[in-house]
Write a protein that binds this ligand. Structure first.
Ligand code: SAM
Length: 227
């Protein structure tokens, strides 16, 4: 059964999208989306041989070779923008810095891609900043918990939006507005981690102290914890 995390990523894929799933690993996401009738064409891209072979084997076992093309490729090199007609790109289960790097490296190819569905495991602020700097607007977000981990999903489309505030970059414009129970859990935990770090910074490291104090204040502010 597909993880709740990937199910939620898939829930953002538009009906009949032509999908590129970057870093597809077992190709679970494209297989699920084709079987459920959401899409009929996908490319599963993988840069590492082992996962690539497992994707090939799983696609074959599912009998979906005509619908899912598995390619051994780095990031967005897995598709040809002139012939593949990719409309939606998913990149899930990697760090936000790596996701931003993959988008940056293949930037020219994103012109005809209408939807990016990104699930960074960390570095969300950096990724939101990259999106904003490259004229993508965040059109939706989701936060969810699974197996004691908390994941964020960011959906982006071409377009300019009002510049995100520092809080929106850090916490997510939609997530911040919604302040769900999972969101509050995440930031309570982050608060505790940062407080523990601060407690261990020697008094002589003033700059480090100030840096963590500022981080803590930022989190307290959105949690409405009094200083
Ligand atoms: N997307 C799946 C998920 O969310 O469950 C798999 C996540 S797995 C942790 C990350 C996968 O991305 C690995 O299989 C890795 O080989 C692949 N990967 C990392 N960098 C990549 C790149 N530049 N291009 C394509 N695949 C990449």
């Amino acid at each position: 059964k597909l993880s709740n995390r990937l199910t939620q990523v898939g829930a953002f894929v538009p009906q009949d999208a032509v999908l590129l799933d970057v870093g597809s690993d077992h190709a679970y996401l494209p297989i699920h989306l084709i079987k459920s009738g959401r899409i009929s064409q996908a490319i599963a891209g993988e840069v590492v041989k082992g996962p690539y072979e497992s994707a090939v084997a799983n696609v074959q076992a599912a009998g979906l070779q005509n619908q899912i093309t598995v390619r051994l490729a780095n990031g967005l090199a897995a598709f040809d923008s002139a012939v593949d007609g990719v409309t939606t790109v998913t990149i899930a289960g990697m760090g936000g810095h790596l996701i931003a790097e993959i988008l940056e490296d293949g930037r020219d190819k994103l012109d005809h891609v209408s939807t990016l569905i990104l699930q960074p495991n960390n570095g969300e602020r950096h990724l939101r900043q990259w999106l904003q700097a490259h004229d993508f607007m965040i059109s939706d977000e989701k936060i969810l918990a699974e197996n004691d981990k908390i994941y964020e999903i960011i959906v982006a489309r071409h377009g300019k939006q009002a510049n995100l505030t520092e809080a929106e970059l850090c916490f997510g414009p939609y997530l911040l507005q919604e302040k769900s129970a999972v969101f509050l859990d995440k930031w309570q935990a982050e608060l505790a981690v940062n407080q523990a770090i601060l407690a261990n910074i020697p008094a002589s490291a003033q700059q480090k102290q100030a840096e963590f104090s500022a981080k803590i204040a930022k989190i307290k502010e959105i949690l409405n914890v009094s200083q």
